[in-house]
Design a protein around this ligand. Structure first.
Ligand SMILES: Nc1ncnc2c1ncn2[C@@H]1O[C@H](COP(=O)(O)OP(=O)(O)OP(=O)(O)O)[C@@H](O)[C@H]1O
Length: 259
């Protein structure tokens, strides 16, 4: 059995406008972080909604470890696939501790255990937000809400972690910390992680693979360096890209406007 997430022949459009005609990607392997890249409006968020079952494809299949996700109940699917968006944390008028506890408990009934409590405390500490535990989520800043959402994702412990611009509201240090955490969790728990990221420097530091989508199809797929060096990537964004190696081997991406 293939231990991966496989997307084959997806067809989808809103109303009558086609967005994906037949989207197929190489399998997303467990233990790997993929950066989903592409300019505004190419369908990154839509693809995440299809993968998480919030939208249904008109054709095509999504299979996890060889099992077609269409065969799973919505609840089972939600246990295995976590989608983090800008709205993940803010939907509930609850306190930080409670939303992370709820994510941890999922659909389990019965009493909250000491283990549940200590896991939530551990995650708050890991994310440096223990001082926010009793605050109402909608009253937090955008970046604080994003950290809470990461806490919810880690508490759920899914097989597939879909992150829609997980660092867009975070300061410099927290962007690095969150992406480090995402990379560690992906390796340690051997899960599939796909993150839509606009910051190609950050993406190239933490992703094993870049997947560029445009015009409803995969335009480039491979290592960050290989994808960044393809002319398709610069032209997808309508910019020029200069790529170099920093002093400790990290990729540095400099975009510029071509006039
Ligand atoms: N609910 C909707 N109804 C109709 N059209 C939609 C809906 N959601 C998205 N679209 C359209 O589908 C296309 C893809 O949108 P999507 O949000 O998936 O792109 P994206 O790659 O995530 O963009 P961004 O980088 O700006 O977040 C866009 O043209 C958008 O206008």
């Amino acid at each position: 059995m293939e231990m991966s997430l496989q997307v084959t022949g997806l067809r989808f459009g809103y109303h009558s406008t086609p967005l994906f005609s037949s989207l197929t990607a190489q399998p997303f392997k467990r233990g790997e972080v993929t950066a989903l890249i592409g300019p505004n409006g190419v369908g990154k968020s839509t693809l995440f909604q299809l993968l998480s079952g919030l939208l249904l494809p008109k054709e095509g299949t999504i299979a996890l470890d060889g099992v077609n996700l269409a065969a799973l109940s919505q609840r089972r699917r939600a246990e295995r696939i976590f989608l983090l968006t800008q709205h993940t944390a803010t939907r509930a008028a609850l306190r930080v501790f409670e939303v992370i506890l709820l994510a941890k408990r999922g659909w389990q009934s019965g009493k909250v255990t000491a283990d549940d409590i200590s896991k939530v405390e551990y995650l708050l500490d890991l994310l440096g937000i223990e001082h926010l535990a009793d605050r109402l989520v909608p009253e937090l800043s955008g970046g604080q809400q994003q950290l809470v959402a990461i806490g919810q994702a880690l508490a759920r412990d899914p097989d597939v972690l879909l992150l829609d611009e997980p660092t867009s509201a975070l300061d410099l240090r927290r962007q690095l910390e969150v992406m480090h955490l995402v990379q560690d969790v992906t390796r340690q728990r051997n899960i599939v992680t796909i993150a839509a990221l606009h910051d190609l420097n950050l993406a190239s530091r933490f992703a094993d693979r870049f997947l560029l989508i445009q015009d409803g199809a995969v335009k480039a797929d491979g290592s960050p360096e290989a994808v960044l060096e393809l002319g398709q990537t610069a032209s997808a964004y309508g910019v020029g890209l200069t790529i170099e190696r920093g002093s400790w081997g990290q990729l540095l991406v400099h975009p510029y406007l071509r006039r």
